[in-house]
Design a protein around this ligand. Structure first.
Ligand SMILES: Cc1cc2nc3c(=O)[nH]c(=O)nc-3n(C[C@H](O)[C@H](O)[C@H](O)COP(=O)(O)OP(=O)(O)OC[C@H]3O[C@@H](n4cnc5c(N)ncnc54)[C@H](O)[C@@H]3O)c2cc1C
Length: 396
């Protein structure tokens, strides 16, 4: 059994395969495993999310291909699985699941690797898969030259195309195209989005956060926080809107992002507040104080509203609840948290086997699906890995 790639999908799969039935080899091109997993660890390191499984599965687009795998190994199962390997988790105030305070990302990775060692899994490094030979063997570039390998069962866990410095470059697509497998071009997800800020505004808003707001694109909303940058906008408040924003950007169009700066207050309440006794100072100071607007919110409203709208209380509160920004592009994929694109889901059967290449499977971020940050990406990788191990164990 040959697993290609040494990220979290591969590590959980190898951990769950029955050692009595399979001699398992992981082939990783780097000199160490799980580089992107460790990068994730430097950020929030959300191993999963604690929300109810019925809600959880709806975060994926599409979700149908993952349903069986996810319900077979849910977020709760993952937490129990990690605990059994010495990794206790905690649920943060956002509902995201982290390793217990004090447990470093490298310790989580080491716990997984230790388990693999116990199960007799052999992890081979500096082995880059270069495609298939004419006879269908696996081709590897190694330190000592090219090698071919006859593989009875192969599982690809090559990852997506963001953060290429981790090894996940998405540079393997041609090997599958040659076999007739449909590949969807990679695009950035959970990424920054470009907004062409007027120069005079930028100095007032660059690096500033918009907190406790609700962001809408199309029919999707998300509550959270964003940071305004010279490039545009990024942060957990809009990452989950990535599929909607990308869709709106299709064919070179712009995407409209609406911000509700005051989700806790209705338009009527805001209007009533604004009509209350005028505080001392200018009108601008009055609206800022009465409605408790941050300097950043005020700078945005002043920049984009016409003078008439700014001075008209009814229009002004409308824009506080529906503040429009125009997104012109996604940020670079190399800086995105994840990517969509890769192997088209139609190319796989319900057990993640490639329909056009027998006894060959693919799981993890290399498949064309989208998930928000916050633990959903890793959970999907782990659920797919668990489902595939269960299937292969049953058939062995
Ligand atoms: C900054 C950042 C923060 C993140 N934070 C979170 C988070 O908090 N929570 C969350 O759920 N997710 C997070 N993610 C996403 C998560 O890390 C990925 O979704 C996950 O690592 C994907 O796992 P994978 O096993 O499918 O692929 P990867 O982790 O990408 O692993 C693929 C492996 O395959 C190897 N490989 C590639 N090509 C070849 C080849 N030809 N031959 C041999 N080996 C090859 C690569 O070197 C790599 O080791 C984050 C990602 C980033 C970049």
């Amino acid at each position: 059994m040959n697993i290609i790639g040494g990220g979290p999908s591969a590590l959980l799969l190898a951990s769950e395969l029955n050692p009595e039935s399979f001699e398992v080899y992981i082939h990783e091109k780097n000199t160490a495993p799980g580089r992107k997993f460790l990068v994730a660890g430097h950020g929030g390191f959300n191993l999963t999310h604690s929300e109810a499984p019925e809600q959880f599965i709806q975060r994926y687009s599409p979700s149908s291909f993952l349903k069986k795998a996810f319900f077979g190994f849910t977020n709760h199962n993952l937490m129990a699985w990690l605990k059994a390997r010495g990794i206790e988790t905690r649920v943060g105030s956002s509902g995201r699941v982290f390793p217990l305070k004090g447990i470093k990302p490298i310790q989580v990775l080491d716990a997984l690797l230790k388990h693999l060692q116990k199960r007799g899994v052999k992890v081979l490094y500096s082995r880059e898969w270069m495609g298939f030979s004419a006879a269908g063997e696996l081709l590897f570039k190694t330190k000592t030259g090219m090698e071919t390998l006859q593989s009875e069962i192969t599982v690809f866990c090559l990852g997506g195309a963001s953060w290429p410095q981790t090894g996940s470059k998405g540079d393997w697509t041609n090997h599958f195209i040659k076999k007739g497998v449909t590949i969807i071009p990679f695009q950035a997800s959970n990424c920054a989005f470009e907004i062409k800020w007027p120069v005079q505004l930028l100095s007032k808003i660059e690096g500033k956060a918009i907190k406790n707001a609700v962001f809408t694109c199309g029919k999707s909303h998300h509550a959270g926080e964003v940071v305004l940058t010279a490039f545009g906008i990024e942060g957990s408040g809009i990452y989950p809107l990535s599929p909607d924003i990308r869709k709106a950007l299709e064919n070179g169009k712009e995407a409209e992002l609406l911000i509700d700066f005051k989700p806790g207050l209705s338009t009527a309440t805001l209007f009533k507040k604004l009509q209350s006794k005028k505080s001392k100072g200018t009108y601008t100071q009055h609206v800022q104080k009465t409605l408790n607007l941050s300097d950043t919110q005020l700078a945005l409203l002043k920049q984009y509203l016409s003078k008439d709208d700014f001075l008209n209380a009814e229009r002004f509160v409308y824009f506080i609840k529906h503040f429009p920004l125009r997104i012109s592009a996604t940020g670079p994929i190399s800086e995105a948290i994840s990517s969509v694109g890769g192997i088209a889901l139609e190319e796989l059967n319900e057990n993640f086997e490639l329909k056009k290449i027998k006894n060959t499977y693919a799981i993890g971020e290399m498949l064309d699906y989208d998930a928000p940050t916050g633990g959903y990406l890793l959970q999907s990788c782990f659920s797919m890995a668990h489902a595939l191990a269960k299937f292969l164990n049953a058939g062995s």
